[in-house]
Design a protein around this ligand. Sequence first.
Ligand code: SF4
Ligand code: SF4
Length: 466
Amino acid sequence: MSKFHSNISRRDFMKGLGLTGAGMSLAAAGGPLFHDLDELAAGADTHHYRKWWQKERDFEDLTTPIDWDMFRPYDTRKLYMLPLSLVKRQADERNARHVRDVADNTPGGTLRDIALDEATYDNFNMQHLGWQGNIRTASPADRGLPAWQGAPEDNLQMMRAAAHFYGAPRVGAIEVNEHTKRLFDLGTTIWEDIPAAYIDAAGVYHIPSRCRWILTWLTKQNYPQSLYALRTDDTGPDRNKTFELGQASRNASYSHAPQIRWNVTGFLHGLGYLALQPEVRANVPFGLFSGLAEQGRTAYCCSPDYGLSIRYVDWAITDLPLQPTRPIDAGVTEFCKSCKRCAEICPPGALSLDDDTSWEVAGQWNRGGFKGFHQHWQKCAEWGGPHDCSNCQMTCPFNHPPDASIHNMVRAASAVTPALNGFFAGMDRAFGYGRQKSDAEREDWWQRDLSKWPYDELKGFGVKDW
Ligand code: SF4
Ligand code: SF4
């Protein structure tokens, strides 16, 4: 493209900036010279932390000059506070605008748009999220509006779009029936013909029978950061225990989860529906039954996209009709049969090294009733997992980000045929993935080039600022 914005050539633009040719202008004096626009654009990240065209000035020499004879500490008594009458009038006007936009079906102002926005309010109260989810979001009834109406498949897509924005990369749905009710803990949750949900004195959750769907979503864990947790050195008193530098990633996921939950459940409430979360010990089946993952050798969810680097399958029972999503076969469980990396690296031997899945449980703590992998939870817990050990989680070949195309090729090949699974797992070992970082690498983390590091979750940006 030799022209952009229709009438300026790329060369003219460069000339105008004085950024091409030796010593063409003062503009070039403080920065690098570029031969063309592509080089100029690529040069944005050549300087650490700040772009090359962002120059530093002296301390206190702002581009808005200061007069220190005039500049005083701020007098908060002079802060302009909107009169309450005006606050109320603006709120009334906003509400009227919402009602009109919903009635007119104005794109960007429909009930789902309003709910998307309002579910982000009041995160201050997030830590007090109860089992009925974020009910602080205004419901349509509060505005005299009907609840959101959509076909189940459209509702699923809507939930995927909203949850992705809030931070959950994958969303699924399970239909409640006599089988899937068994995913809940024994004697804790019953469905019945009642208008409103409640919890009784014995702690039993009563769910209105119209709540016939379980929405599920993934909370991701930052894998590149988690790798800093690995301690595979099996000597000394701290043998095989975790490094906190990486463990911070696990704990960050636990702090992300309530925020995403606050947003997603608030969104459902803003649409006019329930979002209930009775206490449940195991979240894994929700991921498996809704197709967010397969069961890995570790006995927990292994995502074909993110491997074991997911912290949590979150979920809410709802009366919003949802198109159920099917369990998946991406070759993960099959791959596990020949991989065994997580089991080999488990210090107390809590994971099965068998060549196949089994109906036999590893202990009374296992649910049973399925042919899969069963974890010896007692051994894991007594070793200190998951607080002081995350070796199994960090060695899974499915964890790899798709930085190198080979990782997605391996994923695709494994889904089509198990013939190469053993070879792929061996390759993962040979390339040294899932190894303990060196002392120098852990130290260097604090000096990493932030202009290039793509792995931090920057709120509002994704993984890298612009
Ligand atoms: S977290 Fe538990 S299962 Fe995983 S490697 Fe450590 S001890 Fe083994
Ligand atoms: S490390 Fe290997 S065996 Fe373990 S869950 Fe991942 S793919 Fe399966």
